[in-house]
Design a protein around this ligand. Structure first.
Ligand SMILES: *Cc1c(COP(=O)(O)O)cnc(C)c1O
Length: 427
């Protein structure tokens, strides 16, 4: 089958004259897999339709937020009701209390929370908070970790990684990079070395407790516990960026699964139920540093927007129902098993890293435990697979090192169809 893509191609041509690369976020371009991105027209449940009318089973789920699938009727109804009551006030609303209470209840490490409008803002503000609270300049992040596009976080490991990182984007100055130290995920020694070399200068360690932006890479036993101990020993804060994992791997996120309590947590994606919401929160004494209570300034015209809050509240209420995460787990197990069997039959090497309903298919036979092993897997193999799966009616992430997501509305039929498509795509 050759997909009809005329409308997508025409729209993309126009988009490229209007927006850089024709997109408003680079992950939407197909740079990593080649070809022109599809323009989407509609989503319902686990399926999406592009502008040419092709239908796909969707495992991108808007990159994570849509854990209940597209256009969930109860979420849509809540949003419509909120819209009818006025879309923004720039004054407090009860909806903010309600979403804040849901979040604080789910995350015992968070006494208080501040809503923002994106994960990027959450990460950026959490760093400022750590610096304000500790009075220290430097931060530690991990190679291959992503926390949004704030300057201080667009830094990669330099050759002299023991001292400081190097800008990972044009426009990020060396002085930003100087205060960002880069360690290796799942390598506690690399963190310890940084603490030794920068005594009393490190404000915080920011980490995705389950890496999701280099593909899914779970923490090895002892890694998160080790980070907790090192940060405590050195009076630095531990920040868990749970923008993907929050309400995804468990209602209480990765910190619930692994039982490690961070000082500050970043949330996003699912808490907006498809609308733009981010949040950061933590211990009371730390959060009291935030303006207007404390000296750390952070603000937002549309922060805590009532329509976005309504989508988030309904989404979390639905996720709270008993058995949801067990259902997600068994769907994901079924899908993983199907992938494994299909790859084995086709004799194509595969490693699946999975935690709950987030997973990545790495085209390699070796274990994938961190950035070096991620980048050693076969990107081109994934790109070919991506395009063949598309022809088979399955929409995967258009890049090798991303997570795919199972939602509560993926059906057995979806999963069986995906596994069959995989067999054909590899055949
Ligand atoms: C998506 C993501 C972000 C950034 O969130 P945006 O809403 O895209 O700004 C930050 N951290 C992690 C772990 C993410 O997955």
């Amino acid at each position: 089958m050759q997909l009809q893509r005329r409308k997508s191609q025409e729209l993309y041509k126009t988009a490229k004259t209007l927006m850089p690369g024709g997109v408003n976020s680079p992950a939407r371009s197909w740079k990593g897999v080649g070809g022109d991105p599809l323009f989407m027209a509609r989503g319902k449940g686990s399926h999406v339709w592009d502008v040419d009318g092709n239908e796909y089973i969707d495992y991108v789920d808007s990159w994570g937020p849509l854990i209940l699938g597209h256009a969930h009727p109860e979420v849509v109804a809540a949003v419509k009701q909120a819209v009818d009551n006025g879309m923004s006030f720039g004054a407090p609303t009860e909806a903010e209390n309600r979403l804040a209470a849901l979040v604080v209840d789910a995350y015992p490490s968070m006494d208080m929370v501040r809503f923002v409008s994106s994960g990027t803002e959450a990460g950026m503000s959490a760093l400022r908070l750590a610096r304000a609270f500790t009075g220290r300049p430097k931060i530690v992040k991990f190679d291959g970790g992503y926390h949004g596009h704030a300057d201080a976080l667009l830094v990669a490991a330099g050759s002299g990684a023991a001292t400081h990182g190097t800008p990972d984007s044009a426009g990020v100055t060396a002085s930003f990079a100087q205060d960002t130290l880069v360690a290796q995920y799942n390598d506690l020694d690399s963190v310890e070395r940084l603490f030794k070399a920068n005594k009393n200068h490190i404000a915080c360690v920011i980490v995705e407790p389950i890496a999701g932006n280099m593909g899914v890479v779970p923490p090895q036993p002892g890694f998160l516990e080790g980070l907790r101990k090192l940060t405590l020993d050195h009076d630095a804060l531990l920040i868990f960026d749970e923008v993907i994992t929050g309400f995804r791997v468990a209602y209480g996120g990765a910190q619930e699964i692994f039982g490690v309590k961070p000082d500050v947590t970043c949330l996003g994606k699912i808490i907006g139920g498809g609308m733009p919401v981010g949040a950061y929160g933590g211990r009371q004494d730390i959060m009291e540093t935030v303006s207007p209570l404390g000296p750390m300034y952070q603000a937002g015209t549309l922060s805590g927007n009532p329509v976005a809050m309504a989508a988030g509240i309904k989404t979390l209420e639905l996720l709270k129902r008993p058995g949801i995460y067990d259902q997600l787990e068994s769907k994901a197990v079924k899908l993983t098993g199907g992938f494994q069997a299909a790859f084995q039959k086709a004799e194509v090497p595969l490693r699946i890293n999975r935690v709950g309903s987030m997973m990545t298919l790495f085209f390699t036979q070796d274990e994938v435990t961190g950035w070096p092993s991620v980048t050693a897997s076969d990107k081109e193999g994934y790109a070919r697979f991506f395009h063949r799966m598309l022809e088979e009616g399955v929409y995967l992430a258009p890049a090798a090192f991303e997570s795919m997501f199972v939602s509560t509305v993926h059906t057995d039929a979806d999963i069986e169809a995906t596994v069959k498509a995989t067999g054909r795509a590899l055949g």
